[in-house]
Design a protein around this ligand. Structure first.
Ligand code: HEM
Length: 402
């Protein structure tokens, strides 16, 4: 039987990375950034089908639209349609205006700087446990499996009250949900499985609210939320809470291993940690912002975006926008004064978990390089494979030695 051709993985044109250099934006993104005229690109989406959108690649453009309430989320929100990530109740990314604020306010208390600081001892304990596991597994083992993925997964499980033993299934479902190459049918089936899993957890909290985030949302706001909304909130926090930070831990390590002088700063100078993490976030830009739709005519640099037009922002390109700051923004410099970036988005939907993500990165990365001061790749750099066609960029495997 003749072999069926394998379809080309669809890359997102506003998150495309340079061939052979996954931390660098594709050349087309730089071209767009220098264009005076706004460009429209074709965006592949398993849920919506291919659609056309205005692509914004400059930092100031990104901020101005993401901060503008005329540019809205949830433009396909249809309660009658089959359930996908884009019409799931409870997912903050599907709401606008007062409705969004109402739901977001129920969750902000759990993610304040103070609450995140209180988690530090627990995060340190988790990190130490994963460093022990890596040491025990020995040189040649995979840092993604033993360190990058388990740390944020253990943290979010602890925070939400989700059993860590279920991780293989919920991690697989998160990957499917974030892969732009899964079919619409697979997305619908995948979300149904996520809903079943989270539905059972929410039902048990309805009976007896646990001493964790899901339990406290049920206790404090359960009378204002439907079970569907609670399930959506749980799904959103579980996926957003582990996949992105896992990507940053593994991709950030891969990047530093390519820059030993910068790695030495993170290892040896605790006063540089916060700035270094900010630079790694700017440089890796692992997550995209969701496509938006203009609810009214609006203008960017004098050019019209018509009501109903879709807009996508390139976080990757905006973070390298030379218009925004002096200096060479294409190079990694962990000692530079922190530069502004949109890695956590901007405006009303700006990442709710950003302080938690920062805390995990600031704790885990210096600890890794201190435990293994001679850490290096166990394979040639060219053999490291990256996930470049998902909604969250990442490293597939990172064999390390020391
Ligand atoms: C390095 C790690 C992370 C990155 C790069 C990241 C990135 C982002 C981005 C870009 C957005 C905005 C999306 C948009 O505007 O379309 C966002 C939203 C969000 N993030 Fe994160 N995130 C990270 C970690 C986390 C963590 C640890 C949590 C905790 C549970 C979290 C929870 C959320 C939530 C709930 C939203 C939706 C906020 C809203 O719509 O109001 N994120 N994140």
């Amino acid at each position: 039987m003749p072999e069926l051709p394998v379809p080309e993985p669809k890359a997102l044109p506003f998150a495309a990375r340079a061939a052979g250099c996954p931390f660098t934006p594709a050349p087309e993104l730089y071209e767009m950034q220098h264009d005076d005229e706004l460009r429209r690109v074709k965006v592949p989406s398993p849920i919506l089908g291919e659609f056309e959108a205005v692509a914004l690649t400059r930092y100031e453009d990104a901020k101005s639209v993401l901060g503008d309430e005329r540019l809205q989320m949830g433009y396909v929100f249809d309660p009658e349609a089959p359930r996908t990530m884009l019409n799931q109740p409870g997912n903050l990314l599907n709401y606008n205006g007062a409705e969004h604020t109402r739901l977001r306010r129920m969750l902000t208390g759990a993610f304040t700087v103070k609450r995140v600081r209180a988690l530090r001892p627990k995060i340190e304990q988790i990190v130490t446990g994963r460093l022990d596991a890596l040491e025990e597994a020995g040189p040649g083992s995979d840092l993604v499996q033993l360190f990058g993925t388990p740390i944020p997964t253990l943290v979010i499980c602890e925070l939400l009250g989700v059993p860590y033993a279920d991780r293989e299934d919920f991690q697989r479902r998160a990957r499917v949900g974030l892969d732009v190459n899964t079919t619409r049918e697979a997305q619908i089936q995948n979300l149904a499985e996520m809903d079943d899993y989270m539905g059972a957890l929410i039902a048990s909290h309805r009976q007896s609210p646990g001493d964790n985030l899901l339990g406290s949302v049920v206790r404090d706001f359960g009378d204002q939320l439907t079970d569907d909304e609670l399930v959506g909130i749980g799904n959103m926090l579980l996926v957003a809470g582990h996949e992105t930070t896992a990507s940053m831990l593994s991709a950030g390590t891969a990047l530093l291993l390519q820059h030993p002088d910068q790695l030495a700063v993170v290892r040896d100078d605790p006063s540089a940690t916060d700035g270094a993490v900010e630079e790694l976030l700017r440089y890796c830009a692992p997550a995209i912002t969701m496509p938006r739709e203009a609810a009214a005519d609006m203008y960017v640099r004098g050019q019209k975006i018509e009501q109903g037009e879709r807009v996508v922002v390139s976080v990757l390109a905006a973070n390298r926008d030379l218009g925004v700051a002096e200096g060479d923004l294409d190079s990694l410099d962990v000692r530079r004064p922190p530069l502004p970036h949109v890695t956590f988005g901007y405006g009303a939907h700006q990442c709710l978990g950003q302080q938690l993500a920062r805390m995990e990165l600031r704790t885990a990365l210096p600890a890794l390089f201190n435990r293994f001061p001679t850490l290096q790749l166990a394979v040639p750099q060219a053999e490291v494979s990256y996930r470049t066609t998902a909604l969250v960029f990442g490293v597939n495997e990172l064999p390390v030695t020391w």
